[in-house]
Design a protein around this ligand. Structure first.
Ligand code: PLP
Length: 357
């Protein structure tokens, strides 16, 4: 039985989007491909209202490749990494695994790293790159990227700001120029509501200029090569053409819905879920920093999340347990992509019935 996914990715993908992937194959070095791919990146630029100094791209990878791209192609000597959950920690670890130095500012899970704490560290002049996760899917905390970006651009203009927007891009408001982010990336299985296997990124000229100065950028992780090929509307290596077809169709739908409406729909879903959560439980993230794409809820009633999911499965629904050590202590409801307020309401009603709330 099909279980509709209310987990923080992968999320639901409608049949018509899935079917886009059955279009006939074309060669990725053909004129047809370049025309198609150039059109797709133009749609990305249109939807995200990108000014000319920002360039969109896609990689045939999950989002994590971009941790490596930042580690290999952006960090010169030392990065400052904001760590407030599983994914921001992985970002920091991968920067180190790429052979670059990285210091962490670590806060308790559920909290966010604030601009003052970052400024204090950047003031030392030791760091050339700052990393942050916009939407920590493990804790449902939404970091103050816009405030941080404003401070970094104003006070530390040589620092490149790289942000994981994996579970927020195309749901939350994530315009890189508005947030003063130099490298922003996401995976397609989250708010883009596509199958996994592609990443979407937006990179500005400052970041690309930095990359040109970095030796040993690797192969798949070479940002300069990625954008050399973008000039020809191609990718350096064979892309997942089928998924690009699906992304192209998704972008048509997103552009038709418009960015403000997509954002509003996600805010409305989050508001409904948070209201429900506060009525029965408590929100896990620090007040004022709740994600609008995934709600992480403290299981204050000590209910069995595992049992709930078994019963939800009978109704064709699936939510997410807490991440790692937070399992059963928290549970997560993903409200992203194709989901609507009406669908979320039905799911919350189902939980009410099962748990007798
Ligand atoms: C915030 C965040 N960052 C990174 C990742 C890793 O993305 P991927 O699995 O597409 O590599 C995830 C996956 O859930 C995520 O939620």
């Amino acid at each position: 039985m099909h279980r509709k996914l209310l987990i923080p990715g992968p999320t639901e993908v409608s049949q018509d989007i899935l079917l886009e992937q059955t279009r006939p194959m074309i060669g990725h070095r053909s004129k047809d491909f370049s025309e198609f791919y150039g059109g797709l990146t133009a749609k990305l630029a249109k939807f995200f209202e990108l000014p000319s100094e920002y360039m969109p791209t896609t990689t045939t990878s999950s989002g994590t490749l971009w941790f490596d791209i930042v580690g290999r192609s952006i960090v010169q000597k030392k990065a400052l990494c904001c760590v407030n959950g599983a994914f921001s920690k992985r970002f920091a670890e991968i920067v180190r695994a790429c052979g670059k130095a990285a210091d962490w500012i670590e806060v308790e899970w559920g909290k966010v790293v604030k601009p003052d704490a970052i400024a204090e560290k950047l003031e030392t002049g030791e760091y050339d790159t700052l990393t942050m996760c916009h939407n920590e899917s493990s804790t449902g905390a939404r970091s103050p990227v816009t405030e941080v970006g404003k401070m970094v651009r104003r006070d530390y203009p040589d620092v490149i700001f790289a942000v994981d927007s994996v579970s927020s891009m195309a749901g939350d408001r994530t315009l890189p120029h508005e947030m003063n982010v130099d490298v922003l990336f996401a995976s397609t299985q989250k708010c883009f509501a596509l199958p996994p296997g592609l990443a979407v990124a937006m990179v500005n000229e400052r970041a690309l200029e930095r990359a040109k100065t970095i030796p040993n950028r690797g192969g798949y992780t070479d940002l300069v090569e990625i954008f050399d090929f973008e000039q020809k509307h191609q990718t350096p290596y064979t892309p997942n053409v089928s998924l690009l077809y699906a992304l192209d169709k998704r972008l048509d739908l997103l552009i038709a819905e418009t960015y403000p409406r997509v954002y509003q729909r996600h805010k409305d879903m989050a508001e409904l879920t948070q209201r429900w959560a506060r009525k029965h439980f408590e929100m896990f993230p620090e007040a004022g920093y709740e994600s609008i794409t995934v709600s992480c809820i403290k299981n204050t009633l000590g209910k069995s999340v595992k049992d709930l999911n078994q019963k939800l499965a009978e109704r064709g629904l699936e939510i997410s347990n807490g991440y790692g050590a937070l399992a059963e202590k928290t549970f997560r409801i993903g409200h992203m992509g194709e989901w609507t307020v009406a669908g979320i309401k039905e799911a919350l009603d189902a939980i009410d019935e099962i748990w007798g709330l």
